[in-house]
Design a protein around this ligand. Structure first.
Ligand SMILES: Nc1nc2c(c(=O)[nH]1)N[C@@H](CN(C=O)c1ccc(C(=O)N[C@@H](CCC(=O)O)C(=O)O)cc1)CN2
Length: 295
């Protein structure tokens, strides 16, 4: 069994980007600038946005944290988005999800300038991704593709079962794995909460990508020998004995499934850190595209 080490791989990617930033600086160019919009005080979102800003500082990007109160109205947030779209000093930005319930997420994501949409959630980028054109690819699926590539996992002609149809992970993942190329060229089944007999699909899968958010639901008897398992689930489970007050659990019963798997991601330290690294990669791409447009 080979562990797909997202922590190590994400550090490699950050180092590679840091080297590119040094060359941009040496050539007198402008370094990439990422902004992160955080609405409210959701504990997990604070952690993730904090990591995004810290990573920018580590690799030499400019970064801006736009922290807004939970009580902000939809119109006020849309006004902020307009400001960020018009800010010439900014290459890309993200709006951290989830947003408070009184704000229509879809409306906010639609308002983001597709050229600055480094999360790749705008329909323009989503459509370009589906059509195999250059675009920003949502960071979590992009990170999974990068792990498969760097660890040379064979995906061509394989049966990939994706569990979960969220717009952030499952749906884009199913598109990427069915696109031409390597990784890709897979035969994909997208399963979800209404799928009957899920285990019938997982038992026949060569590759399973699970993004359900149900701790340890994928058990050893639901997979075949030699399977590749990508665990996107990150659930915080209360644990008074832990100094943080919680432990992080993936969707996969790691101890059981890893005995049958040929490749598997851990949680934590698998897909999560890759999400941050690929956001930085998208931001570097945004900078390059902007400087090419301004020539
Ligand atoms: N605008 C966006 N919102 C959200 C995205 C996104 O890509 N764009 N994805 C997730 C949250 N996320 C990044 O934003 C994210 C999730 C997890 C990790 C991570 O490194 N996890 C660690 C565990 C850390 C912990 O929870 O203590 C791990 O798996 O090792 C990074 C980023 C939803 N929102």
């Amino acid at each position: 069994m080979q562990l797909l080490d997202g922590k190590k791989t994400s550090n490699d990617i950050k180092n590679e980007i840091a080297i590119e930033v040094q060359s941009i600086k040496a050539a007198g160019g402008k370094v990439p600038h990422l902004a992160a919009v955080l609405v409210g005080n959701n504990g997990a979102s604070l952690t993730y946005v904090g990591s995004k800003v810290k990573s920018c500082q580590e690799i030499g990007f400019d970064s801006t944290l736009v922290a807004l109160p939970e009580t902000i109205t939809e119109d006020e947030l849309l006004a902020k988005i307009k400001e960020l779209n018009e800010d010439d000093n900014l290459d890309g930005y993200i709006v951290q999800l989830p947003l408070p319930k009184h704000i229509d997420e879809q409306k906010i994501l639609l308002a983001i300038d597709p050229d600055k949409d480094v999360d790749g959630f705008h329909p323009t980028n989503f459509g370009r991704m589906a059509l195999e054109m250059e675009s920003f690819i949502p960071a979590t699926p992009f990170g999974i593709m990068e792990l498969l590539e760097r660890y040379k996992v064979e995906t061509s002609g394989k049966h990939t079962v994706v569990i979960g149809r969220s717009h952030i992970v499952g749906r884009p993942m199913s598109i990427l794995m069915s696109r031409k190329g390597n990784p890709g060229d897979s035969t994909v089944t997208l399963t979800h909460s209404r799928t009957k007999d899920l285990a019938e699909f997982t038992k026949n899968a060569d590759i399973i990508i699970t993004a359900l958010g149900v701790p340890e639901f994928l058990k050893a008897d639901m997979v075949k020998e030699g399977v590749t398992v990508i665990d996107v689930g990150i659930t915080r489970v209360d644990d008074a004995s832990n100094p943080k007050g919680y432990v992080i659990k993936g969707d996969v019963d790691f101890d059981g499934v890893s005995k049958k798997a040929s490749f598997i991601t851990p949680v934590p330290g698998g897909v999560g850190p890759m999400t941050i690294a690929m956001l930085l990669k998208n931001t570097l791409l945004a900078r390059k595209m902007r400087s090419a447009r301004n020539k």
